[in-house]
Design a protein around this ligand. Structure first.
Ligand code: SF4
Length: 434
């Protein structure tokens, strides 16, 4: 039985795509190797969201070829979609497959597409979306498997390369999604993460235009699933009904991630983000009002071309007075082909670094303030496997606090923890029930 290894870069969608690749190989009785060192076939599922990720992907391709020169080396994913020639020219690469063809990767390899010299297989995106939810062996050991129910994006935020490498927005049919969830629930998973490139635009091109809220109501009408966690939802696509549903049904955890990007309306317009800072604050405030204990995360980009001190101050002040509980902070990275890449008013790197540092510090302060609210209180959570990269004694609470418990725990158990301590770097808890 030949061995394969999948190396994944980037977002949850890419991780879900890697699970689908694993699934397709496992169905062909291939087995997953522990590392790339003892695999006959290595697939790099790449990301291209920043120049830095491009560099990391190239470094990994070189490393795999150096450390396992006999392996057939295939590169797919967003970098392969954006610049296949650059990857095909790298030593050891035998096949580069674009995102529209990724779903056929196993079949392409079986039909001999991996030759002595690198070949490129890439095609335009079709409107449909292949949907291959993972079964147990293909989840890469994750406690909380991913279900990607939407791909692509029709928006054109001026800094974003995603629509160019993932194609137009498309969604999996609700019946297929429900079947995928039922199969994972049947396999014993207690929490499933629903993901997509623009999750909030789910269903816009399906018959009957089912929304994400419609889908969630249908899924939650089926008895059984422990918990359905939602990954990032763009503010312009966030339905308040989803927050109300979370207030009604504990199986939809009070945790949302809603990208803000900037607190300056002037910069939001330059980013082509169709909302204002006030509208974002109003949405976050609404969630806090109906879900007082909710974890509310966000993405903030600093150093966008033309970002002045007062723009940055507006972002800082908005986040400071908002109910946000943590941030992912990104420095602007120009991506060829995007509108922002052609903008000239670049912010000096030293200023960008300082703004990243300030926003990350603010995020830590907001998060500590949030976690301290729960000291002495009990919260529902799920025990995580060490494969999640957080150690073997961690419980993830429903509102997205990773709490350390005294001793290693069996993963994938729904438990209740009492929060004992909120330290700047960690949270301590004890398991009460479950
Ligand atoms: S909504 Fe904007 S940021 Fe999000 S994937 Fe689409 S273009 Fe990119």
């Amino acid at each position: 039985m030949s061995k394969f290894f999948v190396c994944t870069f980037g977002c949850r969608c890419n991780q879900a795509d890697s699970d689908a690749i694993r699934e397709s190989f496992c169905r062909r009785s291939m087995s997953e190797a522990e590392t790339h060192l003892d695999a006959e076939l290595v697939v790099v599922n790449s990301c291209t969201v920043t120049q830095r990720t491009d560099r990391q992907v190239r470094q990994m391709v070189r490393r795999i070829h150096r450390e396992n020169p006999k392996a057939r080396l295939v590169v797919t994913g967003c970098y392969a979609e954006r610049d296949p020639q650059a990857l095909a020219a790298m030593g050891g690469v035998s096949l580069v497959v674009g995102n529209a063809e990724r779903e056929r990767l196993q079949e392409l390899i079986q039909n001999g597409a991996c030759g002595a010299t690198a070949s490129i297989i890439r095609s335009p995106f079709s409107g449909g979306m292949a949907f291959l939810p993972p079964s147990a062996p293909a989840t890469g050991g994750k406690t909380r498997p991913l279900i990607k129910l939407q791909d692509g994006c029709d928006a054109r935020c001026s800094y974003c390369i995603v629509p160019f490498v993932r194609g137009p927005a498309r969604s999996a049919h609700p019946d297929a999604v429900i079947a995928g969830i039922e199969r994972l629930v049947g396999a014993g998973y207690r929490e499933i993460v629903l993901t997509g490139v623009n999750l909030g635009s789910y269903g816009r091109k399906l018959d009957g235009f089912p929304t994400l809220l419609d889908l969630l109501r249908r899924v939650l009408s089926v008895p059984g699933p422990g918990r359905l966690r939602l990954s990032s939802i763009e503010p312009m696509r966030f339905s308040r009904g989803v927050a109300r549903l979370a207030a009604e049904d504990p199986r939809l955890p009070p945790h949302f991630h809603i990208p803000l990007q900037s607190g300056s309306d002037r910069i939001l317009r330059r980013m082509r983000r169709p909302y204002t800072a006030d509208r974002f604050l109003d949405l976050a405030g609404y969630i806090r009002e109906i879900l007082p204990d909710a974890g509310i995360g966000s993405d903030v980009m600093v150093g966008f071309p033309g970002e002045r001190d007062d723009d940055f101050d507006k972002t800082f002040e908005l986040v400071q007075r908002s109910p946000l509980t943590y941030l992912h902070v990104f420095p602007f990275s120009a991506r060829d082909g995007t509108a922002a890449a052609a903008m000239t008013e670049h912010v000096p790197e030293v200023v960008v670094r300082e703004r990243v540092r300030i926003m990350r510090e603010l995020s830590q302060a907001k998060n500590l303030e949030f976690r301290r609210r729960f000291v002495g209180r009990s919260l529902p959570g799920i025990t995580l496997a060490k494969e999640e990269g957080v150690g073997d004694a961690v419980v993830l609470t429903e509102n997205y606090i990773a709490a350390r418990v005294p001793k290693p725990v069996e993963p994938n158990r729904l438990v209740t923890v009492r929060i004992i301590e909120a330290h700047p770097d960690y949270t301590r808890a004890e398991i009460q029930l479950g």
